[in-house]
Design a protein around this ligand. Structure first.
Ligand SMILES: [Zn+2]
Length: 139
């Protein structure tokens, strides 16, 4: 991901915020590294808002098929193990890797996955993504 204003790379930073009820929430922010333009004013984007925007453009994104397939295979294996060892379901109902559509799975992960799964998926995107004014677009 690159900065839409100065073209530098975007970096992720974790920051903690005090909530009114006394608890602390940690957010991840994506912002310009300002390596090229030290005064770049491109505002940061919170990770949860980034993910919402990615859900909207996922159909236009190019996903690294091999990398994404690896994530899916691992997840299906986990699913099948749960079915057979915990639920006692026989093998003939096993989900096969090839039945899972990569894009469908990517959409599912962006909605239902843990933050780690979402980040893992982000690493499999091939497109150059630009961040400008809290909005992302495909570069
Ligand atoms: Zn910048």
């Amino acid at each position: 991901m690159t900065c839409g204003r100065c073209g530098t790379g975007i970096t992720a930073q974790e920051k903690s915020k005090n909530i009114s009820d006394g608890s602390i929430r940690t957010y991840v922010y994506y912002s310009c590294t300002r390596h090229k333009d030290h005064h770049c004013t491109n505002p940061y984007l919170r990770e949860d808002y980034l993910i919402i925007q990615l859900e909207e453009i996922i159909n236009d994104l190019e996903i690294n098929q091999l990398g994404a397939r690896h994530i899916i295979d691992r997840e299906i294996e986990r699913h099948n193990k749960l079915r057979s060892s915990v639920l006692g379901i026989k093998d003939d109902k096993k989900v096969k890797e090839k039945e899972v559509d990569i894009r469908m799975y990517a959409k599912y992960l962006l909605k239902e996955g843990t933050i780690y799964e979402k980040r893992e998926l982000l690493e499999q995107l091939r497109n150059k993504i630009m961040l400008n004014d809290k909005k992302i677009c495909i570069g």
